[in-house]
Design a protein around this ligand. Sequence first.
Ligand code: AP5
Length: 209
Amino acid sequence: MSSIVLFGPPGAGKGTQAERITISTGLPQVSTGDMLRAAVKQKTPTGLEAKGYMDAGLLVPDSIIIDLIRERILLPDAKNGVMFDGFPRTIPQAEALSEITNVSHVIAIEVPDERIVDRICGRYSCGDCGLVFHEIFNPVPTSGCECGTFTEKRRADDNKETVQSRLAAYHEQTSPLAEWYESRGIFHRIDGDREINSISEDILLALAK
Ligand code: AP5
């Protein structure tokens, strides 16, 4: 069993690429952000604790995240590995992950900070199937979403103020992981400031290495 990590700043395109790579690899997408948002919506104890951190653009404590992943990895669809989207985000999370499952590739989608605000503030998704779009860069087709229906949904943390905190958290707590994974020889840098399909092609090439 071998898993993939999609790594990068907020709005880099991790979720967008995960939707595509999951089709090619068959690995299920495991997004800690999606899991936390579901917990917040259901008002579970985890969700109630995580909400304040997420609204402020701060990282949720490692212990909460690691418990979520330990549970998720036990589900039957994870038996051949998973594609982590937005996890790990700290060195303690990466250390815990190395005890839980083998990671074969860490795909770092690199996008300059100045592009991030536009990407995040223009994001919306289909409230029915979850597909992610962008007002300018990736709008929902005029024929509608591929699920057949479409209700626009926006994230509570997609605003200019929170983006700055999320970027700061990325640079302070998450970016040191690049060196951690580079030293293990499984880190692949992908230029994420390009057209979506070209990025997907390069990710698939990196995964074949
Ligand atoms: P999470 O949900 O993981 O958010 P994030 O990392 O901030 O990343 P995003 O989902 O915002 O961006 P993305 O890279 O998936 O970009 P997307 O594909 O949507 O986390 C939310 C919060 O939960 C965190 O702040 C934290 O509080 C908590 N959390 C989650 N995991 C945690 C962890 N492990 N530890 C601690 N706390 C955790 O693309 C963005 C937009 O750009 C879209 O509109 C898209 O259409 C567009 N786009 C994509 N690619 C391109 C392109 N190539 N060109 C132009 N536009 C593009």
